[in-house]
Design a protein around this ligand. Structure first.
Ligand code: GDP
Ligand code: MN
Length: 392
């Protein structure tokens, strides 16, 4: 789960990580009040779940509280499109009004879980501020990595090595080391999947400050942090993700594919991705209807899948247990009748009421191919995709 910069910054402060003096506003009046308190000259930052705000006009320096109010007025209610959002962008409902700093140097610091190593990795680079992806691609030697022991944690000497790799002035090494240790505590104690500070800045008087704050929380650990789970902002999700969230469906949009996938269960979702890939087609999304789906939720699930404009063909792969095949089939038929899209469906149903489910589907006027196993589904998918290509 993603949270806003102003929320991440509050967590940073709780753990002793220095951040600029700031406040959050959703009206011009609030913005002016905060800017007056800070001293007039401030930076106005759109609060959206996307990076790249600076280049997209979502981060601007202003000279007075009056200008801060004007800019806030202009930004609130609009959508910000950055290189990390879709073409419709993300809505700006709040802005952060922050103290401006005299920046001497912009650095990069982040902590992520490395799945292969099964450990947190701390990354530091003296090349901060700009796209770290570009640094990684063109000058990978400028990114210094330390693997933390999940049990022992990040050792102080490791934090010091990282501070040195950041090339901070020698008088700032001690403060930087402490900041890295505190940031590691933020990561561990909140069950984060990502903590990123880009840029971490060195000011003219050699103070080290987190100018930007990004935190991703591990969804599977949110139950341990109910106060963090409350930080969710569903308005920042894309419209299809929002609908899935409201219906308690697990929907993941994938880029570049044409096959919409309806499955039940995470393991089956993974296997289904493999089948789709093996058939020479990339999945456009997958939607996990879970175990206890009723017909209404199935209908909404199917509509979400076909409302994804990338989807040209739907693969339904069901291993029915608690979720009954006939209920799923009835949901698909009802939803398909309401949507304009008449796309081919490839269906594999096994388990509870599979026979009834398949009957409901084959009795409908949908373009349905029923298969009995996953390999069969792959063959049909491949053939259907070829047919689609020829008719296009
Ligand atoms: P992002 O583009 O979404 O990652 O937003 P950031 O918070 O990282 O801000 C983008 C850029 O704006 C930073 O890299 C800085 O160069 C600049 N910036 C942000 N706050 C300040 C500030 O207080 N003073 C100055 N001089 N520049 C700032
Ligand atoms: Mn940034």
């Amino acid at each position: 789960m993603n949270i806003h910069e102003y929320q991440a910054k509050e967590i940073f402060e709780k753990f002793g990580v220095p951040t600029p003096n700031s406040g959050v506003a959703s009206t011009a009046e609030e913005a002016i009040e905060i800017a007056d308190r800070i001293g007039g000259r401030v930076v106005v930052k759109a609060q959206v779940h996307a990076g790249g705000r600076g280049k997209a006009g979502g981060v601007k320096l202003v000279e007075s509280s009056k200008q801060a109010g004007q800019l806030t007025e202009e930004l609130i209610g609009t959508h910000l499109v950055t290189n990390q959002t879709g073409p419709t962008g993300v809505p700006i409902e709040k802005v952060m009004i922050a103290e401006t700093l005299d920046i001497k140097d912009e650095l990069y610091l982040s902590i992520v879980i490395d799945g292969d190593l099964g450990a947190p990795v701390v990354m530091a680079s003296s090349e901060g501020g700009m796209d770290i992806e570009e640094v990684a691609a063109t000058t990978p030697e400028k990114i210094f990595r330390v693997i933390a022991d999940p049990l022992i944690g990040l050792s102080p000497y490791h934090a010091r090595d990282l501070a040195i790799a950041l090339e901070v002035p020698s008088e700032s090494i001690r403060a930087t080391t402490k900041l890295i240790i505190d940031l590691y505590k933020v990561f561990i104690e909140n069950d984060c999947s990502l903590v990123e500070v880009n840029p971490l800045v060195v000011t003219k008087d050699n103070a080290i400050v987190a100018l930007d704050a990004k935190i991703n929380l591990e969804d599977d650990a949110l139950f341990r942090h109910p106060e963090l789970a409350n930080l969710i902002d569903p308005n920042q999700l894309d419209p299809l993700e929002q609908r899935a969230y409201k219906s308690d469906l697990a929907y993941v949009k994938l880029s570049g594919g044409r096959v919409g996938c309806m499955v039940n269960g995470a393991g089956l979702a993974m296997a289904t991705m493999d089948i789709t890939k093996n058939a020479g087609a990339d999945p456009a999304n997958f939607l996990d209807i879970g175990g206890s789906a009723n017909q209404e939720r199935i209908e909404e699930a199917f509509k979400i899948i076909v409302d994804d404009t990338d989807v040209e063909i739907v693969l339904v792969n069901l291993f029915a247990g608690i979720a009954r095949s006939d209920v799923v089939a009835a949901g698909i038929v009802a939803a398909a009748a309401e949507t304009a899209a008449k796309m081919p469906l490839v269906v594999s149903m096994r388990g509870t009421n599979a026979k009834e489910g398949i009957e409901i589907l084959t009795d409908s006027d949908l373009d349905i191919t029923v298969v009995t196993d996953l390999a069969g589904a792959a063959d049909v998918l491949q053939q259907k995709l070829l047919e689609l290509e020829r008719s296009n």
